[in-house]
Design a protein around this ligand. Structure first.
Ligand code: UTP
Ligand code: MN
Length: 611
């Protein structure tokens, strides 16, 4: 799933590549020091004390000798922000002021809600500055002006046409209408949708403004209203506060899921980071998936009443399905995080979130009262309910571990409960078809260095030696990509001379570009990287090759390494041919034998000529 609606043209991606500066991006996450031709620092992608994170500014690459992650600036942005590729391009374009186009072209007569939203956001903030009522309200609810600014909180005046008349000069009416900022009465008269409300701007995870929520400051029947659902603003696919919290969530591996706008603000005010809210609806799978891109753990901090508990029970399987660990913070009856803060202070909220208990264990306790052990019908029902819940956990070990506890509580042998879990029957541990999760427990490990980011905490890999031995293939690529003297494109050997799939991939892309551009304009590393696009493992590999390399300056000449690779390949082919020839002789397959002998003949000519 991608959360972006922009046109990811080659030009846009290239413009982002041209604008982005890797030292800039890296410096946001770690302190870099210039050492030789590299910048070095403590790796922002895994926990370490001594710096093994290298940035090669000239080539626009990073590589960590500790955790093996590497790539270009876009990849680094993706790993540190959690953005997927389209979202990364969108947010970087936004950041560097590069204009983007909608994926679906807007017809000239179609309204453009985007412009209206931006103008309104500015207007609401300005109005907050001019009105005492909302300022006093924020003061009473202990929201500091700084926090209000961080979240862009504004105010819609108590008037039917204030926004309409102020913005009409700059923004076409139909755009205001399309954005849901202005509505039309039965008589056809336009009026402001938000009146006498505190207004919360809502962003998508890339930071694009997509809509508003407004809380009444009067006695309006609707405590909260939102802007209209548009292409960009689907409440069920957005989480309020995620844009502001995503870095904290990623760094701390934890999100705090709350029910309302003010809970997000209140949690932040209390010093609880990572709070995000659904907007008046139950948690959806889309929202859970979105959260799963940033968080490993979720603390559900819903209201401390029955409705809050039921909402927690409904959210639990959805969150577990994304592979997140789920905890439940308990609030005194009738309190939500924000009201608890006002009643008992910041520390009470911090404590409630810190003391959150494992939600699955809590569900096991809830579903296994004494009757569930003493009454067969109740026991079978509880076993089914628990098997259903546990079946949605993608990690097999975790599933088993909970199942063992559940079986204990039910006074059943674990095998009996496990047998009820879908996908667990056939020898167990499997993870049935269609089981959700991030790659799932059975996904094959990625080839080469890890494709994505940091290892889980406490599993820091052994550091690779700084001056590792490079293979012949790696050395060849290193020289090829360092801009030295090259043979003409057609004199380069075929890609088959490389065994390593990633090296072969890099070489293939290099040759294709070289062939296109011609002998006097060989491609550089950046062009090859751009062409590799999203091939994570190959990009890691390329970064490992190039960051900190001396290039063509030392070591063997290119002609030498290419020659050795070609000979290796010819020798292999020659051995394979001998085997095939023996086979053809045994089978008495004359035509095949003839073909093979001829090929072998040609091969040995090439080998003795010196390829
Ligand atoms: P609550 O009714 O729990 O309000 O709604 P709250 O967040 O505690 O608000 P305060 O503290 O009284 O200001 C929780 C969320 O449900 C949505 C809003 O997103 C709200 O933040 N909601 C609520 C609506 O969309 N419409 C409503 O009329 C009420
Ligand atoms: Mn509240």
């Amino acid at each position: 799933m991608t959360f972006s609606n922009i046109d990811l043209s080659r030009e846009l991606v290239q413009a982002v590549r041209d604008a982005i500066d890797i030292v800039d991006i890296a410096s946001e996450h770690t302190r870099l020091e210039k050492k030789g031709r590299d910048h070095q620092g403590v790796c922002p992608l895994h926990k370490e004390k001594t710096p093994s994170f290298h940035v090669d500014a000239d080539r626009g690459l990073f590589y960590c000798f500790g955790c093996g992650a590497g790539g270009d600036a876009i990849k680094l942005h993706m790993l540190t922000s959690g953005d997927d590729f389209p979202a990364a391009i969108e947010s970087l374009a936004l950041r560097y002021g590069i204009p983007v186009r909608e994926r679906r072209k807007r017809r000239p007569d179609e309204p453009d809600p985007e412009r209206a939203l931006a103008a309104a956001a500015e207007y609401f903030v300005e109005q907050l500055g001019r009105h005492d009522v909302p300022q006093r309200y924020l003061e009473e609810r202990k929201v500091s002006p700084e926090l209000a600014e961080t979240y862009g909180i504004g105010y819609a005046p108590d008037s039917w046409r204030a926004l309409l008349e102020t913005l009409a000069k700059r923004v076409p009416q139909r755009d205001l209408e399309a954005a849901g900022l202005v509505r039309r009465s039965k008589q056809g008269k336009l009026y402001d949708h938000f009146r006498n409300r505190l207004v919360f701007p809502i962003h998508n995870p890339s930071g694009r403004l997509v809509g508003f929520g407004g809380r009444t400051l009067g006695d309006d029947r609707a405590k909260y209203v939102n802007t209209a659902e548009t292409e960009r603003f689907h409440k069920s696919e957005l989480l309020y506060g995620l844009f502001q919290a995503r870095r904290d969530i990623r760094d701390g591996h934890r999100a705090v899921l709350v029910e309302g706008y003010f809970d997000v603000i209140g949690a932040a005010a209390a010093g609880v980071v990572g709070a995000v809210a659904t907007m008046g609806t139950a948690l959806t799978p889309e929202q859970s998936k979105l959260l799963g891109r940033y968080a490993e753990e979720v603390v559900v901090a819903y209201d401390g009443d029955d409705a809050g508990e039921r909402a927690h029970q409904r959210a639990l399987p959805i969150l577990l399905g994304e592979g997140m660990a789920v905890y439940r913070a308990r609030f005194p009856d009738g309190h939500d995080p924000d009201s608890l803060r006002l009643a008992e202070g910041n520390a009470a909220v911090v404590k409630a979130v810190g003391d959150a208990g494992d939600s699955v264990l809590a569900e096991i306790r809830r579903l296994t009262p004494a009757e569930a052990r003493s009454q067969p019908q109740r026991q079978a029902q509880a076993a089914s309910d628990l098997a259903g819940l546990l079946g949605g956990i993608p990690d097999a070990v975790l599933r088993f571990s909970y199942a063992r506890r559940a079986a204990e509580s039910l006074d059943l042998p674990p095998e009996l409960l496990l047998r009820k879990i879908p996908g667990e029957q056939r020898g167990g541990g499997g993870g049935g078809p269609g089981r959700p999760g991030r790659g799932g427990p059975n996904a094959p490990p990625p080839p080469g260095p890890p494709d994505h980011g940091a290892p889980p905490p406490g599993m820091e890999p052994a550091a690779a030696p700084r001056s590792e031995v490079r293979s012949l293939e790696e050395r060849t690529l290193e020289i090829l990509l360092s801009g030295g003297e090259l043979p003409p494109p057609r004199a380069l050997p075929p890609a088959e001379v490389f065994h390593d799939p990633q090296c072969r991939n890099i070489y293939r892309v290099f040759c294709a570009l070289y062939g296109e551009r011609g002998a006097d304009r060989p491609p550089d590393a950046k062009m090859v990287l751009a062409e590799l696009g999203e091939e994570g493992a190959t990009i890691d590999r390329m970064a490992r090759l190039l960051v900190g390399s001396e290039g063509a300056a030392q070591g063997p000449a290119l002609s030498d390494t290419l020659d050795r690779l070609t000979r290796r390949w010819l020798n292999e082919r020659s051995r394979a041919l001998s085997r095939e020839i023996a086979e053809a002789q045994r089978d008495g397959d004359e035509p095949r034998l003839e073909r093979l002998l001829q090929e072998k003949n040609e091969l040995s000519h090439r080998l003795h000529r010196g390829a």
